[in-house]
Design a protein. Structure first.
Length: 186
């Protein structure tokens, strides 16, 4: 388990020392900008790992009393994430140790509650399935950010086909030398 740390930069250092994959610093900066600009009320994260990106999102939205629902399929990673979210005392954040694709989402998120921000950084080959599951949960002004879309382009071909078929506009931002994020605005 990660040692106690006083700030997010210490958590980054500890994750890097343990070779735990977390979002890049450039992706972190990008998330800050998007969250500041759009000020979402109901956020969804699919793939929290040990909670680094969860902390980034939770810290940003807590100032506005927004909510974050986060899912992580790896139980050991979920336990680390839950530890750090609780140490932050962020009542606006709830983590779930479930495979997002197998959970009855309406038992967690009310059908009347619309998600206006989504961050996806989970199993790349399932990106299309995540999109299919969330599409009816989204607010009309929702923002979706999908990580690792350049490096793992070959694993997400079904997502690209879906976006083209449905004529959904998106932007790719190359944030690092070998990778970047996709931004979809409804």
């Amino acid at each position: 388990m990660l040692k106690s740390h006083k700030n997010i930069s210490q958590m980054r250092t500890l994750c890097e020392q343990r070779n735990i994959p977390i979002i890049s610093q450039n992706t972190e900066t990008f998330l800050h900008k998007i969250l500041d600009k759009h000020q979402p009320k109901v956020c969804l994260e699919i793939g929290s790992a040990v909670g680094y990106s969860t902390k980034i999102i939770a810290n940003k939205i807590s100032k506005r009393n927004s909510k974050l629902y986060s899912f992580e399929v790896s139980y050991p990673a979920y336990l680390e994430a839950i530890h750090y979210i609780h140490t932050l005392a962020k009542p606006n954040t709830t983590l779930y140790p479930y495979n997002f694709l197998k959970v009855d989402i309406h038992k967690i998120i009310s059908p009347t509650e619309k998600i206006d921000f989504v961050f996806i950084d989970a199993q790349k080959s399932q990106y299309w399935n995540y999109m299919m599951k969330i599409r009816n949960l989204l607010d009309t002004s929702a923002i979706i950010i999908i990580d690792d879309v350049i490096k793992y382009h070959h694993k997400i071909s079904s997502l690209y086909e879906f976006l083209q078929q449905m004529q959904i506009d998106y932007q790719i931002f190359q944030l690092d030398a070998d990778d970047g994020v996709m931004l979809i605005q409804k």
